[in-house]
Design a protein around this ligand. Structure first.
Ligand code: SF4
Ligand code: F3S
Ligand code: FES
Length: 246
């Protein structure tokens, strides 16, 4: 027998001075295989077209449907309602700029983080296409690919106490990107270059090992391992480099 679900959904439009943040209730009958994505779209189609939320791929690839689901950040399109109790509370991800209701501007945050960390391959001199296309050791390519699976959903930022306190903290998503570029033999940056972008409290030394990021990452990335390894490397760099005082 299908369950009667009750959704408590955050509503607020920051651009509207008359809008007051509140939870709005919606009732919906559960269907077999129903995801939160399906439920929210049914609510929007059948009950309230004004409800704002983001989605693109419906398959856990674009990262845009992340929200706080009964207290934990997760992807609406990958969460079955059957895995939740009949009372479901949905909030927008914290930290990111609220656009409205469940929609937040993760893109603005991710772009600022990427520009700060320079998350692209830094070639030396003029691009040498032969060098760029040199076949990579398959095991190394696999390790880089594993870290490249990040979909920039923002769940790790929403689950991180440091990110709530420091707007400039690059979070697990940023640290994971530096871990990825350190592996890439095409990136000509050296350890002091990486230290320059993450060797401070807005980078790897701001992480307090709270591990919320690791627990909620929908792609199951080994964030705990990556951050611990980076921290050890950057401490060594700080001890031998010119800038950090431990
Ligand atoms: Fe999302 Fe995981 Fe990437 Fe963080 S590291 S943005 S939780 S996929
Ligand atoms: Fe935050 Fe993850 Fe560190 S939750 S404090 S980035 S271990
Ligand atoms: Fe793309 Fe959910 S809609 S990850």
């Amino acid at each position: 027998m299908s369950r009667a679900l009750t959704f408590h959904i955050f509503r607020h439009t920051p651009g509207n001075p008359a809008s007051v943040p509140h939870l709005q209730d919606y009732a919906l009958e559960e269907a077999p295989g129903m995801t939160l994505f399906i439920a929210l779209n049914r609510i929007r189609e059948e009950q309230d077209p004004s409800l704002a939320l983001d989605f693109v791929c419906r398959a856990g690839v674009c990262g845009s449907c992340a929200m706080v689901i009964n207290g934990l950040p997760g992807l609406a399109c990958r969460t079955l309602t059957a895995s939740l109790p009949p009372e479901i509370t949905l909030l927008p991800l914290p930290v990111f700029e609220l656009i409205g209701d469940l929609s937040v501007n993760t893109g603005k945050w991710m772009r600022a983080m990427s520009e700060r960390l320079e998350t692209w391959v830094h070639l030396q001199g003029e691009p040498d296409l032969d060098a760029i296309e040199t076949p990579m050791d398959p095991d190394l390519a696999e390790r880089i690919y594993e870290l490249d699976r990040c979909i920039e959903c923002g769940c790790c930022i929403a689950a991180c106490g440091t990110a709530q306190m420091r707007q400039d903290f690059v979070g697990a998503v940023g640290l994971n990107k530096i871990a990825r570029f350190r592996l890439d033999p095409r990136d000509r940056r050296t350890e002091p270059d990486y230290y320059r972008v993450i060797g401070d409290d807005a980078g790897v030394f701001g992480c307090m090992s709270l591990l919320g990021c690791h627990d909620v990452c929908p792609k199951g990335l080994s964030l705990q391992t990556q951050i611990a390894y980076l921290r050890r490397s950057m401490v060594r760099q700080g001890l031998t480099g010119p800038t950090r005082c431990l």
